[in-house]
Ligand binder design. Structure first.
Ligand SMILES: [Zn+2]
Length: 491
């Protein structure tokens, strides 16, 4: 058990947790957003982030502070908390991003960790190597080795109460990401950023992003706090949380504002294209789009940044509520409709349904079948696994219709897409109480047929009959040949 992180609630791979940050003497509730503060220019002051937006934690760059005489002197003299005037926890980055952008930096892991400690950082970062996507495997392996050496150096530095992060690299090689996760888990470091995913997100490769996170999570323990480094667009938070990410940092709110871009949970809009604001934050209720456009540049930038932050924090709260209510996957389904690449991300998430199933609660409020992807949710995977453990009589009717009156069968079970068969006694238990549309779809029928097949395959000696409501031939092909078929619509 990691002492600094405690999980309170889970839904799919998502969780509400508490990250204890001893040096700041605060507990941060996750999923959490860390606004990025550029120490040279604050679009929105750290004090305002805390008071107006409820930010419990922020992130700034110790390498920039280290490299600037004035900032360095002030940080060393006053400490980061006073310098920035922020009452919550402060995480610092190390210059790894600058390393990936410019090819070299002028500090070592020992130096920058000591510096982060001296200026009062609460969560520090070593200098890892952020290997970009799609590099040759040899490069990814070589750089991962260097990152791992740096993590081992970081372990030996005396950092007192300061937490230290252990970035997980490995480019777009899932086995390397998993290996990196396992190595990081084996250190006594505290927080686990999945690194170098920004290029994936800039290219809308949410499917590859999910694969990278899923692989890192397989290596890390279930109780490791995971930070998706550089991911600040609210549109993909629900997806990333459902895969098990706990911390996000956003520079996007400020960078997009500088370019007159307006964030929404369904993507980014250009301010010049907006006639009506789809938001009721203070910025959007106090100004019409025309009024906002008419403001002087710096004022407009600051107002837009404030809106961008409002919408970003609101999405974090919405996600927490969804985890509490047990409908996080339904929120992901909604977000997946915003862009085809988000749908790719969601479908990739479902490729990992068995991995998500391990942390998914056995019972929740309701299961809403809202898209054909719902047929691949973790709950369906779990039900199919459970079918293998149920005891089956010698002769069994599986039916979408009513129970038969006679004694032709030892027992009769219900069949419902997308779950497939289940004993009638289970029909009041989650997820079999699901709300499903009357007009079902091929994916739900296919999943139900797979459930039948699962049951038949582990009970080869039982005589099983399936009575279905006119399932198409392509679906019935998934049912083993020795099942007797009755088409209820043919009667
Ligand atoms: Zn707004």
């Amino acid at each position: 058990m990691r002492e600094c992180f405690e999980i309170r609630d889970t839904d799919a791979g998502g969780r509400i947790g508490e990250l204890s940050v001893p040096r700041a003497d605060v507990t941060v509730e996750t999923p959490a957003l860390l606004p990025v503060i550029n120490p040279n220019l604050d679009t929105i002051s750290p004090r305002r982030l805390a008071d107006e937006f409820g930010a419990e934690i922020l992130i700034t760059n110790s390498y920039i502070i280290h490299g600037d005489d004035d900032l360095r002197e002030r940080a060393l003299a006053d400490g980061l908390h006073d310098m920035l005037d922020f009452p919550g926890a402060i995480m610092t980055d190390s210059g790894s991003f600058q390393l990936s952008e410019y090819g070299e930096i002028s500090v070592t892991t020992e130096e920058i960790l000591a510096f982060q400690h001296e200026i009062g950082s609460d969560i520090a970062t070593p200098v890892d190597i952020p290997t970009p996507p799609d590099v040759p495997r040899e490069q990814a392996e070589r750089e991962l080795e260097t990152t791992q050496e740096r993590l081992e150096i970081a372990e030996d530095v005396d950092t007192g109460e300061m937490l230290v992060s252990a970035p997980v690299q490995g480019s777009t090689y899932p086995d390397l990401r998993e290996r990196a996760g396992r190595h990081a888990e084996g250190t006594d470091l505290d927080v686990f950023p999945v690194g170098a995913v920004v290029p994936l997100m800039n290219d809308y490769r949410y499917d590859d992003m999910i694969d990278a996170v899923a692989a890192a999570k397989r290596g890390l323990g279930a109780d490791a706090p995971v930070h998706l480094f550089g991911a600040g667009h609210p549109m993909m938070f629900a997806l990333a949380v459902a895969m098990g990410c706990d911390l996000f940092d956003s520079a996007a709110y400020a960078l997009y504002a500088r370019d007159d871009r307006y964030l929404t949970v369904r993507g980014t809009r250009a301010l010049e294209d907006i006639d009506y604001f789809p938001c009721s934050c203070a910025v959007c209720t106090d100004h019409s789009p025309d009024e906002l456009r008419a403001l002087p540049d710096d004022e407009r930038e600051s107002e837009l940044a404030a809106h961008n932050l409002h919408v970003t924090f609101a999405e974090i709260r919405r996600i927490k509520q969804a985890i509490r209510a047990g409908n996080l996957i339904e929120l992901v389904e909604q977000r997946a409709r915003a862009h085809p690449t988000m749908l790719d991300g969601y479908r990739t998430l479902l490729d990992h349904a068995a991995q998500l199933e391990r942390s998914d609660p056995v019972s929740k409020g309701s299961f809403f079948y809202t898209s054909h992807e719902s047929a691949r949710r973790p709950e369906v995977v779990r039900h199919h696994e459970r079918l293998e453990r149920l005891s089956v009589p010698d002769s069994l009717l599986l039916t979408e219709g009513d129970a038969p009156r006679g004694d032709e069968y030892d027992e009769s079970w219900r069949v419902e897409p997308p779950f497939g068969p289940f004993p009638r006694a289970l029909s009041k238990s989650y997820p079999l109480t699901a709300e499903v549309p009357d007009r079902t779809d091929r994916a739900a029928l296919a999943a139900a047929a797979d459930g039948v097949a699962r049951l038949v395959n582990v009970n080869p000696n039982a005589e099983i009959t399936l009575a279905h409501d006119g399932w198409p031939a392509a679906v019935l092909e998934r049912v083993p040949d020795d099942v007797a078929l009755v088409d209820l619509t043919a009667a």
